[in-house]
Structures are given as structure tokens and as C-alpha cells.
Design a protein around this ligand. Sequence first.
Ligand code: CUA
Length: 307
Amino acid sequence: MPVNDPASPLSVPINDLFLIVLILGGVVLLGVTAALVIFARRYRAAPDAPDPAPSFGNRRLEIAWVSIPLLLVLVLFGLSLRVAFAVEPSTAGRTPDIIVRGHQWWWEVIYPDAGVVTANEIHIPAGKQLLVRLESADVIHSFWVPELGRKKDMIPGQPNTLWLEAAHPGVYTGACSEFCGAEHAWMRLRVVADSPADFAAWERRMAAPAAAPTSDLARQGQQIFASHSCASCHAVEAGAQSPNVGPSLAHLSERATLAAGAGENTPAGLAAWLKNPEQIKPQSLMPNLNLTPDEVKALVAYLEAKP
Ligand code: CUA
């Protein structure tokens, strides 16, 4: 991604500032290096020459090397301040469009107005600036989708807000950016920017109640889900929040990944995850339930059912 062509209008001022700092820093580096080389060559002393007399109190020099860096720092401070305000428009009077809550080690994603609850994949309409409230259920995490701009910490008991916008439809990958335990590296995130029509359709599908299982296998899976205490950690009803342990599995087939990016959400990927979560994401809270191959097959049929 070229630095001057960011995926979010909110990262334009940041990228511009980066370029200015890079150029200014480059000019200073070149100037200092050139002076060093020129002076070293020009004033090279003969091996047995005596030390020159020290020189003190050159007022012009003192003023120059205090005022030039001071001016540079003041200019950069002013530019940074302007960028800080530009990328952080006021949130006064706005309620969050999306709530993202960090867990060890996955992301809970809630759309309060639409009554949608999902995990690890955030759908947004392209071209619209959304207010995201960042929360944490346990330790400090950090929300970061590099192509869409800033990162911000998710602090237990201290919600933060972040503006999120993608200029064009596309998939933007992110990651937790604050070490949060064993599987910090597998706390991946996907922001899927849809066209407004696609987003509305996605939101409608996600808010709709799941259809009753249509095959015997899926019905069997539904029973296993209830009898193996899956439901004590995972919600499956659309819009329901999980009992604070595992992600909602409502309309799971809408997601491309499992376990915050550690697995692929395909029937084979889900089967591997159910069979032995420890192999895919060691130390995650998902237990190995010692399911038989038939039970795994039934659960996959139930959970991956398309609406
Ligand atoms: Cu969550 Cu690192």
C-alpha cells in the first residue's frame, strides 16, 4: 500500500505527517552527516600536532544550535496537534455504532442498534465513518487495523472510542497490539468493508433468528450442542451475548475464520478445531470435549448451516 494512498480517510493526515517528519528528519540527517565528513577531512590534524586552544562563548553559534532544533520541534508539535484533532472528531452526542470487546484471545463485536452480536470479523459499510467503543473483558488489549489508521488500547473498566472508516470495500486485517497472554499472537481481526447494500443485507441476515436445523445430522448436532454444555460458554441465538467466555456462534457460516484467525471456518477447519482445540490454539479456553468423529460431524452440520 503506497503511503500516500491509505485505505481510510482518517489515516490521510497521519500519513501526511509521517511524510513531513520523514523528509525533515532526512534533511537533518544529511546535513549532519555531510558536516561531519567535511569537517573530519578538512581539519584533520597531523599525528604529532599539539591540541588547538579551546574556544568558548561563541554567541552566534549558541543561538543557532538552540533556535534551529527548537523551531523544528515547535513546528512538529503544531503539526502533530493539528493531526490529533483531525483524526479524532468530537464524539459529543454520538452513541457507538459498534462495541468491540477484547477477550483472551478473541474479539466480541456488538451492533447495539441492529441487535447483532458476532466475533472476530467486523463488517462496516464502506465510506461511512463509524464510532467504535473499545472495551475489555479481562486484560489490556489493543485494537489495530493498520490500513485503517490508528491503534487504541482496550482497557478494563475504561472504555475508549475510535472512529473507523474504510474508503472502499475490501478486507482489512488487524491484530491485537498489546501483549495479553499466551495467544496474543493469535488474536487476529478482520474488518470487512462492504458496499452499503451488502452491509445492510449482512446486518439483516445476522439479526434474523437462525432457521431450525433441516437435516437429521444438524438436529443431532443441536442436541449435542445442548448436552455437552457448549451453550454455557457460547450463545447461538442471533443477537444474544455469550455468557462472557466464548464468542457467539450465531450465523457462524458468515465468518471466514475461527478462533480469532487461528483456523479457517470451513467444515474441515471447524472439525479440526472441535476435535482438538489445543492443537490449533494452545491455552485457549475452548476445552477438548473428547467428541467422537460422528459427534464432530453433527456439530459441524449444525453450526455451519446456512440460513
Ligand atoms: Cu489481546 Cu494481545
